[in-house]
Design a protein around this ligand. Structure first.
Ligand code: IMP
Length: 439
């Protein structure tokens, strides 16, 4: 292995964290390249059960360095809380580094995320309310704070005064619209309190200073030394800003193009891309999801798969495996192989279904790809193929041959539909509940 990107092939929550945790045993450097603490990576290993939001999943391997790349947006108080929690659990975090070019999530980004969602009313996107979208908006508008700015207190305070004057002008519009509740007033006061934010963020800068590095230089040196690098994706193709179910997307690019940009390495240096897909489908947040089930099968997937958001606790929308969405992701991301997670969640099903195409009931047109329009996508119905379930506990299987024939047939069918080998399978949350096929 030299440089491997681990990318979500569905709507996020595919189990990238545990795949990175598994692969990180052989990695020298793990880099998060996008998103922020909207992410929720669940990792279960001999150290315990962890929910990571910002810190790369390589943190559990003492020899591995971890970098929050320039493409990440960092909420400093949230990062410090996560560091404290890990260190309290006995996980050493001395090998966590932060790119000086990463952008900073400010308290008013969180406020704007919430206000914008309220304003959308029934058309809300279902964001995580962590200020991710507004932080990326400020980055693109060239008025964002970067980690390097936290290290220059005087300039930071000046920039903060300008930023807060703009935010106050902006939020006054919400009052004019009749939004004058006391709660909102208090929230706005807290999110625009110049003195408090200045103190908190400059103190956070001091606390994090020893970890702040020129990320590109660190990555370049690692490449030069032939180190093994893992690029850890956040979310999945279907929430990609360009390719996901726009506008029900995040504000960054989870696909490998985003990895090159957000980690600071040339795209041609990525040797392999591992796509991570769940053996069924889940999504949190709004937007089209043709395979969504609102029946007993959906409930079973949610309960057996413990499908509740790691960051927000929201119940995830569940459905059968969507081969159209995964194939779309394969075309965009060019996976070398796929890691299929949570196969064991299907163990009790008498039959399993795979969505192999969509159908537009108003025209009877068949769709073999994902439409650009969310309203068209919303009305598409899944075309299913059905296979026999295996009704056998697979959680103790550690090799391909130990899986029941029906489970192998299911995986082989998914493989044929994706056109990419499925080389890793997970059959439970523990680190060793993995089946490696091939190398
Ligand atoms: P945002 O990234 O908070 O702006 O949310 C945009 C969309 O991405 C919403 O549908 C969220 O539910 C979804 N989303 C954000 N982070 C995650 C995650 O870690 N897992 C799954 N969905 C997520």
């Amino acid at each position: 292995m030299s440089v491997i990107a681990v990318v979500g092939a569905q709507w996020g929550d595919e189990g990238k964290g545990r795949v990175v945790d598994y692969l990180a045993a052989d990695a020298d450097l793990v880099i998060r390249y996008g998103g922020g603490n909207n992410a929720g990576h669940t990792v279960v290993n001999p150290h315990g059960h962890f929910k990571l939001h910002l810190i790369p999943s390589g943190i559990f391997h003492p020899g591995t360095r971890n970098l929050l790349g320039n493409g990440v947006v960092i909420n400093p108080p949230a990062l410090i809380r996560e560091l404290d929690e890990l260190e309290a659990a006995g996980i050493g975090c001395s090998k966590l580094f932060i790119s000086d070019r990463a952008h900073v999530v400010m308290p008013y980004h969180v406020l704007l995320d919430q206000l914008e969602e309220r304003e959308r009313g029934p058309a809300k996107l279902g964001t995580t309310s962590r200020g991710i979208g507004p932080a990326y908006v400020d980055k693109v508008a060239r008025r964002g704070f970067r980690v390097v700015d936290l290290l220059e207190p005087d300039a930071f305070r000046d920039q903060l005064a300008t930023a807060l004057a703009r935010v106050r002008r902006l939020v006054s519009g919400y009052f004019e619209a009749g939004d004058s509740g006391d709660d909102l007033h208090a929230t706005i006061e807290a999110a625009t309190d110049e003195e408090k934010i200045g103190e908190e963020y400059i103190a956070a800068g001091r606390r994090l200073a020893s970890r702040v590095v020129d990320g590109q230089a660190l990555v370049d040196e690692a490449l030069g030394d032939g180190q093994r690098i893992l690029l850890e994706g956040q979310l999945g193709t279907m929430r990609d800003l360009d390719w996901g179910t726009y506008p029900y997307v995040t504000s960054s690019s989870p696909i490998p193009g985003g990895a090159s940009l957000g980690a600071g390495l040339p795209a041609v240096r990525i040797d392999r891309v591992v796509g991570v897909a769940k053996a069924y489908t889940t999504a949190v947040g709004a937007g089209p999801l043709p395979v969504e089930l609102s029946d007993a099968d959906g409930d079973l997937l949610r309960e057996r798969g413990v499908e509740y958001g790691t960051s927000t606790g929201r119940p995830r929308r569940c459905g059968w495996y969507d081969a159209v969405a995964v194939r779309f992701s394969v075309r965009l991301a060019g996976y070398s192989s796929i890691a299929l997670t949570k196969l064991d969640v299907l163990d009790t099903m008498a039959r399993v279904r795979i969505c192999v195409a969509y159908r537009d009931p108003s025209t009877d047109r068949r769709w073999d790809t994902v439409p650009a329009s969310a309203s068209v996508y919303e009305r598409l119905e899944p075309v299913y193929e059905e296979m026999r379930g295996w009704k056998t506990d697979t959680s103790a299987a550690r090799s391909w041959d130990e899986l029941p024939p029906e489970a192998r047939a299911y995986v082989e069918r998914l493989e044929a539909l994706a056109g990419v080998p499925i080389s890793l399978l997970s059959v439970g949350p523990e680190r060793d509940q993995m089946i490696l096929r091939g190398s």
